[in-house]
Design a protein. Sequence first.
Length: 453
Amino acid sequence: MPDSPLAQTVAALQTRARTELAELVAFKSVADYAQFPKSESEDAARWIADALRAEGFQDVALLDTPDGTQSVYGYLPGPADAPTVLLYAHYDVQPPLDEDAWVSPPFELTERDGRWYGRGAADCKGGMIMHLTALRALKEHGGVPVNIKVIAEGSEEQGTGGLERYAEAHPELLTADVIVIGDSGNFRAGLPTVTATLRGMTMVQVQVDTLEGNLHSGQFGGAAPDALAALIRILDSLRAEDGATTVRGLAADATWEGLQYPETDFRKDAKVLDGVGLIGTGTIADRLWSRPAVTVLGIDCPPVVGATPSVHASARALVSLRIPPGTDAVDATKLLTAHLEGAAPWGARVAVEQVGQGQPFRADTSSPAYASMAAALREAYDGQEMQTSGLGGSIPLCNTLARLYPDAEILLIGLSEPEAQIHAVNESVSPEELERLSLAEALFLQRFAAERR
């Protein structure tokens, strides 16, 4: 770490950062109220609102968004005629999956092997703490030199679009000269990275029906059409023999020209078992950042324990399709729907329902704000140059903001490097990454303000 007075202040704030991250992680703020109480998300939102008020933010509000969740907004005025920077994070998290597989409780921040473990520690409650730490450090060194808006989303992981629709209905609320999305991450821990592209996403539910009701497999099996078998065939049609995604009519041959991802590193990061091959074609970067990727997220069918010898009348699956920049999510949804319907064997009835969608995003990394961020990251990371990578995940709000505010520069940084294992069991954050990126954000705000004077 650098030894500047600002860096020393950020370092001194890390104890507070850990305490507050533990408080925020403790909220089970999964925005699926069939799994976790809505009160957990509401309490997390109030925690953020209180934290903003304590830092002098004005107009702090809990915004009731159209999907039934809340986003938290606040405004911190800077010097007269200063530019405005919007800082984004989200406080909702993915479900913990198998809680028994966690080494420590998922909603209890636990230090182990130099990392802090807990659901949302990196994605993206840590991003909220990063913003707060950067602003607190600046207040001790001459004050925050820009106007700051903060928006903390309450349903990013669900992809239900509440904040996007709210922003569209209230376009004046989030106007800014620069938008810093604190929800991506470094290509590798210790390597300062900004994200240039995001894949979009469409998510559909596919229902297959073949019979009026389940039948005895001994009496009817062999002639009666099995809905589960039909669904398996439909899902299998979405992949080529080598595992590459094959949705009819959807291009899947684009290439990535920037930072590359060595296969050995990817196998280690993904924890691929020995002897198991990777899927798809092209470079790893091609597959992750420039090409579509289909994933079956879940299947409704009887579990092995308690299963009966039956031919199934109905089966259902949830399918996600990640979409690279250059492909329209609406068009991709139509192609996916047509493919699923057309792949049905034996005349099985197929119904496809869209349950989520977000457009891909490409940032303008040649903008002046990126030059300021490159200098800030260089200083925070002891002279290492900023790298540019893609991100296979989706942040649907980015496209909404780019459309509403075409003159705003949008930068993506964050804490979700590979070791963080976001969305998986034992998610964690690197305290050193949190410290360095908090410093980088503070330095960026200083540099950006100075260059706009």
